[in-house]
Design a protein around this ligand. Structure first.
Ligand SMILES: Cc1cc2nc3c(=O)[nH]c(=O)nc-3n(C[C@H](O)[C@H](O)[C@H](O)COP(=O)(O)OP(=O)(O)OC[C@H]3O[C@@H](n4cnc5c(N)ncnc54)[C@H](O)[C@@H]3O)c2cc1C
Length: 495
């Protein structure tokens, strides 16, 4: 029986492990953290769970992309629908746009909000349809060639918006939904990335009972039911390469795990650091080393007393300006954009409200490399100035929340910085979506899943699309590369 070692028990690594297990491989997943899931991780305070990198998913019905992925994997997390008439509220100065399920309903609501932009809305919707049709795996359509997506990823969302809409507010409403979901401002966001991510959520939005943790656990259970193993607190140190092929993974504890196939569900920069010198082409090394990591965020974890019903079936995207291009312009001590979701309103932890805002990587640079763990005995190892920096931004965030929901009493507030993210997931720089999925790094400039090293395949959001579904689908691309993409898509459709 052939043996695969998967590095990283994130959504992508676990999905790859299941796909290989289904094909009779013996699979060992190694994960450096003490819990599986990566970004799906949920931490607990007095038994109450707080999700760190997962809020909701889209397109989860049978026949839709994510729904078919779950069926095909044999994983059934309990899904709870958000309000189909407005699962996300985009709140701009003086305008609330409630995002409904369905592209046509979304377009009709856009026309309602901006009647003089009706022609532009029709044109935009047509472009959206053409664009999404190029993504064969996402559409569960074996027809389109992989290169069909390239032109859509070389076109910026900003350009399309200018072509379609004369009203900058209409542009902001369209871009303002997507930018936080893939972390790229419209001026450099690939239209293809925007459309696929939006299409995923316009296909209907759901939360998972038990959060990302429950999804991760369901994936782990499935790996194990297929005879695989998921080993926690087991970090990969390096990959052995013999005769140009990956032959083993060696852990940081020095254990050698021989492998006929290595699947790396971690960032390509981390993979590069694990490979022997000279095993990849210099051009590949330069490309990966030179790739810009994505935008970073401040994660906010609140418990509030008060009426959470305004957020019961919906999430809030709050903009205090109309310039979505400024979403990553966050050096100031304010939060001009913030996101809020309330699991507590859905029976997921009393008073639990989760938030995030984009922040500037440079602001956290002084503490790069500082030990963020806690010392034995409980004394915080963190730098006081670092804690103060985090507290400053958290305070600004809470002030915004309090102004929006004056009746709430915030009884607990914690934040995670990009350094927290890097510490727990080992994503370089703590980038929210790993890679910066911008036009100059997508399309023909995407980070490749394959290197020159045989028997090594990379999966995960950095080599595919951001988001849980994107990361999971990268595993389908990887295994599809081995068994044939048409076979893979046909299996998915039939599940
Ligand atoms: C704040 C935030 C909110 C988000 N909200 C949503 C959302 O609502 N919906 C959605 O669809 N997506 C959301 N996402 C994105 C989504 O969580 C990610 O796209 C997806 O989970 C990434 O999965 P992955 O497997 O590619 O990577 P990761 O989750 O990063 O998994 C990689 C794994 O590898 C492990 N690892 C790293 N190095 C090693 C090593 N040397 N040895 C062993 N293991 C190692 C890590 O610990 C980690 O478990 C959000 C992300 C963030 C940060």
């Amino acid at each position: 029986m052939k043996h695969a070692v998967v590095i990283g028990a994130g959504a992508a690594g676990l999905t790859a492990a299941i796909l290989l297990g289904q094909r009779g491989w013996r699979v060992t997943v190694i994960e450096q953290h003490y819990r599986p899931g990566g970004c799906l991780h949920r931490f607990f305070r007095k038994g109450v769970g707080f999700d760190t990198g997962f809020h909701y998913v889209g397109s989860a019905r049978p026949g839709q992309s994510f729904g078919q992925v779950l069926r095909h994997l044999g994983v059934q997390p309990e899904l709870q629908p958000l309000d189909p008439d407005g699962f996300d509220v985009l709140r701009f100065p003086g305008l609330d746009f409630r995002v409904p399920e369905g592209l046509d309903r979304w377009a009709a609501r856009l026309v309602e909000a901006f009647p003089d932009q009706a022609a532009g809305v029709a044109r935009y919707v047509e472009l959206h349809r053409q664009c999404v049709a190029a993504y064969g795996l996402y559409r569960l359509d074996p027809g389109p060639a992989p290169e069909a997506v390239v032109p859509w990823e070389e076109l910026t969302l900003g350009q399309v918006l200018v072509d379609c809409f004369s009203d900058p507010r209409a542009r902001a409403v369209v871009a303002g939904h997507g930018a936080p979901l893939y972390g790229v401002a419209p001026r450099e966001a690939p239209f293809g990335v925007h459309c696929v991510v939006m299409d995923h959520f316009l296909g209907g939005a759901w939360t998972v009972r038990g959060g990302g943790d429950a999804l991760a656990q369901a994936l782990v259970d499935r790996v194990e039911s297929l005879g695989g193993r998921v080993r926690l607190r087991t970090a990969a140190d390096h990959i052995e390469v013999e005769g140009g092929a990956a032959t083993a993974v060696v852990t940081e504890a020095g254990e050698r795990l021989p492998a006929d196939l290595v699947i790396a569900g971690i960032h390509p920069k981390s993979v590069l650091a694990m490979l022997p010198e000279g095993s990849v082409r210099p051009a590949y090394r330069d490309r990966v080393e030179g790739a810009r990591s994505g935008r970073v965020h401040l994660g906010v974890y609140l418990q509030v007393r008060g009426d959470l019903s305004p957020l019961a079936g919906r999430n809030l995207y709050r903009y205090h300006h109309w310039d979505v291009d400024a979403i990553d312009d966050s050096a100031a001590d304010d939060v001009p954009f913030w996101f809020l979701t309330a699991p507590g309103a859905r029976g997921e932890g009393e008073g639990v409200v989760l938030g995030l805002t984009m922040t500037d990587a440079a602001r956290w640079a002084p503490w790069q490399g500082v030990d963020l763990g806690r010392r034995p005995g409980g004394a915080p190892a963190r730098d006081i100035a670092y804690e103060a920096e985090k507290a400053k931004l958290l305070q600004a965030f809470c002030a915004r929340v309090q102004a929006e929901f004056p009746s709430w009493e915030i009884v607990r507030a914690e934040a995670s910085s990009p350094l927290t993210m890097e510490h727990y997931t080992r994503v370089p720089g703590g980038a929210t979506y790993g890679h910066h999925h911008a036009v100059d790094q997508m399309g023909r400039y995407r980070l490749p899943m394959l290197t020159r090293v045989k028997q090594l395949v990379q999966v995960g959001q950095a080599v595919a699309m951001p988001g849980v579904c994107g990361a999971m689908m990268s595993a389908y691309l990887a295994v599809g590369g081995m068994v044939g993409m048409t076979t893979m898509i046909e299996e998915l459709r039939a599940a």
